[in-house]
Design a protein around this ligand. Structure first.
Ligand code: UDX
Length: 472
């Protein structure tokens, strides 16, 4: 099939490359010339495991191209995906849908023939219907058939052929770090259509033929339900994480261990162990802004009370970041001023270079504002982190990052941090060396496990003070 994908960020670029990988002819479209130039050269402008390979392979095979030209896109295909961002609106909790609207405004007037637009972006419920109305106003109308019209005259302006547009919603559920796998082999395909027997269903069956052949559940519903499926899924995941983090707060006071607790409740199939990872909480480009946008939309619709609990979910999540800073302050004897704190991790989760609303970076920033000399190390997110907090120290290696640290805070559970040898880490921070003059009283170095990803016993046996979120 021929198709376009509007937006070439984490979602759009992955979707475009994966659709090509499935054998479709794909044109990726973006207004950002730098992104398009980089993708055209076969370079992924962000880190996503496996994406580079399929991008290169499909560009070489001639199935994948990129452009900033909307006219080219309008002529290239009759099926268009929208994968642009819907960030949080400045000064509000609501989602900013201006980029989605801009795709409709700039694309629809250029269309002729019958087109299907499949929205993938996460949007407030009701967006698809309002875009459908917006598109209707922008559509080319049939050429004027007034009686004086000369049908035989050659018109070099070529009167536009009439166009129709159907807008359907086809939310994505991909996780960064697993985006390729999640797109090629989704756990379900959801499609919200305008009416029963819509052409969208037939087209979607063709687009996703390989996944459907493998038995992937295909759920066709109305558009509002499809829009709500996505935000409800994310709200549920966020709630699950905040639930265990709320229990963490109690464990800390009562002397419990939240990881042992999560293991124990997770064996109950109705609960399940996934997304019960207690620690610094959720961040990234989706969960935080999606729960806020969901609350804002419910308020607009007059269902304010329905989602007030998500405010608490958000608050619990944010408190974890403060707790991490408090632990560092406590371990340093009450003040962070002049201390050397190394934060391991800047990305909002491992296997990603995304620092949008990253708990790790938020902690690093707060420690710095409280007077600590903060060094941040992340295997992939250093460049993105520097753009947000340019004044922190960004060493070239993990070894360099550890040198001279008074406290090491693990804020993102990258494999290389989880597998860090505590004895070697002790050597690196310089604590294993004979105490320098005046340093005899230096307290044992501390590690704060913000993701419950280190083995407490091994770290303590190596001579570290071990602190963690959710441990009393
Ligand atoms: C999420 C949804 O999972 C995905 O379906 C949706 O399409 C987009 O939003 P993503 O933001 O890539 O995906 O990351 P996810 O793996 O869900 O993690 C989100 C955050 O929750 C991360 O900051 C992660 O560290 C945190 N998290 C996750 C926990 O704190 N504990 C857990 O047990 C799991």
């Amino acid at each position: 099939m021929q198709m376009t994908v509007f937006g070439t960020g984490y979602l759009g670029a992955t979707h475009a490359a994966c659709m090509a990988e499935l054998g479709h002819n794909v044109l990726g479209v973006d207004v950002d010339e730098a992104k398009i130039a980089s993708l055209t050269k076969g370079e992924v402008p962000f880190f996503e495991p496996g994406l580079q390979d399929i991008l290169t392979r499909n560009i070489q095979a001639g199935r994948l191209r990129f452009t900033t030209d909307y006219r080219e896109a309008a002529e290239f295909a009759n099926v268009h995906f929208i994968g642009v961002g819907t960030p949080q609106k400045k000064g509000s909790n609501a989602a900013d849908t201006r980029y989605v609207k801009a795709v409709i405004d700039d694309l629809v007037p250029l269309l002729s023939g019958d087109h299907l637009i499949l929205g993938k972006s996460t949007v407030p419920v009701g967006t698809a219907a309002s875009l459908q109305k917006r598109a209707k106003k922008l559509l080319r109308t049939p050429p004027n058939r007034a009686p004086h019209h000369d049908e035989t005259a050659e018109n070099t302006d070529s009167p536009a052929a009439p166009a129709t547009v159907e807008i359907a919603w086809n939310p994505e559920f991909l996780r960064e770090g697993h985006a390729v796998e999640d797109t090629l082999r989704p756990d379900r395909i959801v499609l919200g259509v305008r009416a029963k027997n819509s052409r969208a269903e037939e087209v979607a069956r063709e687009v996703y033929a390989s996944a459907l052949a493998e038995g992937t559940p295909f759920l066709v519903m109305d558009r509002p339900t499809a829009e709500l499926v996505k935000v409800s899924a994310n709200a549920f995941l966020a709630t699950k994480i905040s639930f265990i983090n709320a229990v963490s707060e109690v464990c800390e006071i009562a002397g419990g261990d939240v990881t042992a607790l999560a293991d124990a409740i997770g064996y109950d199939e109705r609960i399940g162990r996934k997304f019960l990872g207690a620690g610094l909480g959720f961040g990234g480009g989706c969960l935080p802004k999606d729960i806020r946008a969901f609350m804002a939309r419910a308020g607009e619709l007059g269902a304010d009370q329905a989602l007030t609990f998500l405010r608490e979910v958000d608050a619990i999540n944010m408190r974890r970041r403060e707790k991490m800073v408090e632990l560092a302050r406590r371990v340093l004897g009450g003040s962070l001023i002049g201390s050397n704190v190394t934060v391991l991790g800047a990305a909002f989760k491992p296997d990603s270079d995304d620092v949008r609303d990253s708990p790790a970076l938020s902690v690093a920033g707060s420690l710095s504002l409280a007077g600590a000399n903060v060094t941040v190390y992340d295997p992939k997110a250093m460049e993105n982190a520097k753009k947000i907090f340019p004044t922190l120290n960004y060493p070239n290696s993990l070894e360099e990052a550890l040198r001279g640290a008074d406290v090491v805070a693990v804020a993102t559970e990258w494999k290389e941090f989880r597998e860090l040898d505590p004895a070697r880490a002790l050597e690196l921070i310089g604590a294993a060396a004979p105490a320098e003059e005046g340093q005899q009283d230096r307290p044992a170095p501390a590690v704060i496990d913000g993701r419950n990803c280190l083995d407490r016993a091994t770290w303590e046996a190596a001579g570290w003070r071990y602190l963690a979120l959710g441990v009393g």
